[in-house]
Design a binder for this molecule. Sequence first.
Ligand code: URA
Length: 197
Amino acid sequence: MSLQVPPKTRLEAIRLSALECTQCSLADGRNQVVFGGGDPSAGLMLIGEAPGAAEDLQGEPFVGRSGELLWQLLADVGIAREMIYITNIVKCRPPENRDPKRVEIAACATWLDRQLQLIQPRVVCTLGNFATRRIRGDQTGIMSLRGRQEKMMLSGYPTTLYPLLHPAAALRSTRNLKFMREDIARLPQILSDPHSG
Ligand code: URA
């Protein structure tokens, strides 16, 4: 009998400790920690910015207006919610939906790093500037990275990074919506490419 604890069990243990997290002041105003969810063995991981009001109430990422658009755009190309693991760089809602602060992103880094280590996604789509900067570790803007594949090591494992606009940006502008739709249209081919990852 193997004594190794399966990744799903370890992920659940990490989720349970994240629910108690008080590493930054966002803990004071949250209703709940939004750890992430979906299929950890799916091969595709989506990483957003931070929970909004709907997510803070329901405890699941992307259940508000941004999520509605995101799931629709993915469904349009045959990618169902069940085929994805989805999370955010910051697991608690910033007050008034303001941008997450650098200290908050740093305090939350350990949870995302552990998710990446256990899930080892072949393809990662970051959504918007904050997630893309957090994963790439530099300040390059999303407009010059969106829709471009980049191979990289993430938490020690090879991954194809494929940044997308944040759905909130696509809700604000039809030009952004067009970009996001075009970029998502290429996702099925990236996922089926045996060289991704
Ligand atoms: N925006 C995000 O970045 N994440 C969510 O979970 C919801 C909206």
